[in-house]
Ligand binder design. Structure first.
Ligand code: GTP
Ligand code: SPV
Ligand code: MN
Length: 607
């Protein structure tokens, strides 16, 4: 028998209490702490993290109540090859997920968890994704032995006492998230600033709505409300219940005439969601407000339209490339403090810096690995997947609708990825089924958000490849079903965008991006309103020359034409890649998508 310090019941939620007791008995922490989400708790934990060498307190005059954290250099990104969808049947995980039999995986992981919290504190974090006053609040509880996780969760989700009280009142079901860094403190060994393990598992049990995470303290591996719950588990719930859990930003746009539109955008990791969600439009008279920057939960409203909610409470944003010239809103958000910076560089005067924050780098820094750094060092000062964790509410341009549990009605969905070639700056799909095809065949170059090679083109359906909690073919079918249940006139229109196309001659970006992306958004909105021109191409509807507002744009017509061009030879080369992708989906590929592929093939052959 193992005894642990806290065995007195702490909640009247019977299922929660017995699960916490069970986990504590298995993992054997020194202490169990129930997180209340208070300021006092934050102050206590951040102070402790500073004392342990995990956090460096930044100069309060520069970043009040903010901390720098440098992770173990091996634990810096999501680990897709160690991520598992352990559904009862292998076929339900589909061809794109790693699968292990759930009983077998639980047996393996139980042995890893046995005693894994020795010498540590086990924190119990009650949280809700979305609003506590939603019609059906979406509860979760994360049990973790990482104080870093607790502090990040307090920024990223609504946590603590009010959540627990409502859970108790409702005796509500909740998603169980078990997390251990997998580094027990035994034999008097002192702690390290960033405990983790070489053995990593990010496991999901979709039928029982459970998450078991082991060995990593980083981002999407460890902040279980985010990708694990709000996408992988929630996508399985959404399939069962007729809604959608998507890797999407949500943006409110107001035209100079005062009309408002809501746009959602699915771009793979590190492909521009946060930047578009915080856009400062380069076009006079247009304004933008952020509803969400990473995840959208969409349900049909009583009027038959799709309404999106951002289930998160904070931003876990990519640091490199974030500066006053690219994303001024993000800079203003983090300047207010109350933020955690992971794997960026420390300035000599107690502030943070990363590539792209300012044009000229400081003459000396401590880099993300703790080494002296100068502009001559020849390596980046910050990890390419370094991040800021910051409260969404601090964003100056946050939309008031962010607080509405009913969400906002979506007028348009953008799919986008990083493609050096082939994919034009923007085009519109012909109808919902074609739009689902565009999403299902979305492709992008891989980024540093996940471990593994960077820059390799892969298919990333709806930017959800690493996040679909079930069979990818069934997921595509679910999108078609959503369309079939709706009045076509009320469905969002679907577009594809590509901010990352390169000039074949010199390799530079053809499109300036960032604030200038408002020009593309304007065309999208005008298409919704029926006022903008488009030409039919083999892939879809592309703006006519002149349909994109170029007032004050820094590039010439010729370059814009290159960005918009549909090159038939490129698309002839794309078709076999799509065929290969669909072959991988196998016999659960929805027939309408096979038909769409046949149509595309016909179009490019006839062009
Ligand atoms: P995750 O948080 O990983 O899901 O990423 P994200 O989709 O929110 O991407 P984010 O907005 O953080 O952008 C990732 C990188 O792409 C950053 O370095 C940005 O500076 C860069 N980026 C974003 N938008 C644009 C753009 O319009 N053009 C170019 N060239 N780069 C961009
Ligand atoms: C992503 O990789 O898409 C992210 C960062 O938003 S993480 O939370 O690590 O998943
Ligand atoms: Mn993301």
């Amino acid at each position: 028998m193992t005894t642990i310090a806290t065995t007195t019941p702490r909640t009247t939620h019977a299922d929660l209490q017995s699960w916490v007791d069970e986990v504590a008995a298995l993992t054997q922490p020194d202490e169990v702490v129930w997180c209340d989400g208070s300021q006092e708790e934050w102050d206590r934990l951040t102070t402790q993290l500073v004392e342990n060498g995990t956090f460096v307190r930044l100069d309060p005059a520069k970043k009040p109540n903010s901390f720098l954290c440098q992770s173990d250099p091996t634990d810096v990104a999501r680990v897709e090859d160690r991520t598992f969808i352990a559904s009862e049947r292998e076929e339900d995980a589909g061809p794109t997920n790693n699968w292990v039999d759930p009983a077998e995986l639980k047996a393996t992981m139980t042995e890893l968890y046995r005693g894994s919290m020795r010498g540590r504190t086990m924190y119990v974090i009650p949280f809700v994704m979305g609003h506590l006053d939603a019609t059906v609040p979406m509860f979760g509880v994360e049990v973790t032995d990482s104080a870093y996780v607790v502090t990040n969760m307090r920024i990223m989700a609504r946590i603590g006492t009010p959540v627990l009280q409502t859970m108790e009142e409702l005796q509500a079901p909740f998603v169980k998230g078990l997390h251990s860094v997998g580094d027990p403190l035994v034999d008097g060994r002192p702690d390290v600033p960033w405990p983790c393990s070489d053995t990593k598992y990010i496991a999901h049990f979709p039928e029982t709505r459970e998450i078991w995470s082991y060995g990593s303290g980083y981002g999407g591996n460890a902040l279980l409300g985010k990708k694990c719950y709000a996408l992988r588990i929630a996508s399985a719930m959404a399939r069962d219940e007729g809604w959608m859990a998507e890797h999407m930003l949500i943006l409110k746009l107001t035209s100079p005439q005062g009309t408002t539109h809501y746009v959602a955008g699915a771009f793979p990791s590190q492909c521009g969601k946060t930047n578009l969600a915080m856009i400062e439009p380069a076009l006079e008279g247009w304004s933008a407000e952020m509803v969400g920057d990473d995840i959208a939960w969409m349900r049909f409203g009583p009027d038959g339209r799709l309404y999106a909610v951002n289930p998160e409470f904070g931003l876990f944003g990519v640091a490199p490339g974030t500066g006053m010239h690219t994303n001024p809103q993000a800079v203003r958000t983090i300047e207010q403090g109350n933020s955690i910076f992971t794997n960026v560089a420390l300035t000599d005067d107690g502030d943070v810096w990363w590539e792209g924050l300012s044009e000229a780098p400081p003459s000396h820094l401590t880099d993300w690995k703790g080494n002296d750094w100068t502009p001559e060092s020849g390596v980046p000062s910050s990890h390419p997947n370094s991040r800021f964790t910051t409260p969404a509410k601090q964003t100056p341009m946050i939309a008031p609708e962010y607080d509405n549990p009913d969400g906002v009605p979506i007028d348009a969905i953008l799919f986008g990825g990083r493609r050096k070639t082939t994919v034009p700056l923007v085009y519109e799909s012909r109808d919902w089924a074609h739009g689902v095809f565009v999403g299902a065949t979305l492709s992008s170059e891989t980024t540093a958000a996940a471990t593994g090679a960077v820059g390799v083109v892969r298919r990333d359906p709806m930017a959800m490849l690493p996040f679909i909690g079930y069979h990818a073919g069934d997921y595509m079918q679910h999108w078609l079903d959503i369309g079939a249940h709706a009045d076509p006139a009320k469905l969002p229109k679907i577009f594809q965008v590509n901010w990352f196309r390169r000039d074949e001659e010199d390799g530079s970006f053809l499109w300036p991006g960032y604030g200038d992306n408002a020009r593309v958004l304007k065309w999208v909105v005008e298409r919704l309103d029926g006022t903008a021109d488009a030409v039919e191409t083999p892939v879809g509807l592309v703006p006519t020359p002149g349909a994109i507002d170029t007032t004050g744009l820094g590039i010439g017509d010729e370059q814009l034409a290159k960005a918009l061009r549909v090159d038939v030879e490129d698309w002839k080369a794309e078709v076999p890649l799509i065929e290969e992708w669909f072959a991988r989906i196998g016999d659960r590929l929805p027939a309408p998508l096979a038909d769409e592929l046949a149509t595309l093939k016909e179009h490019v052959e006839q062009a």
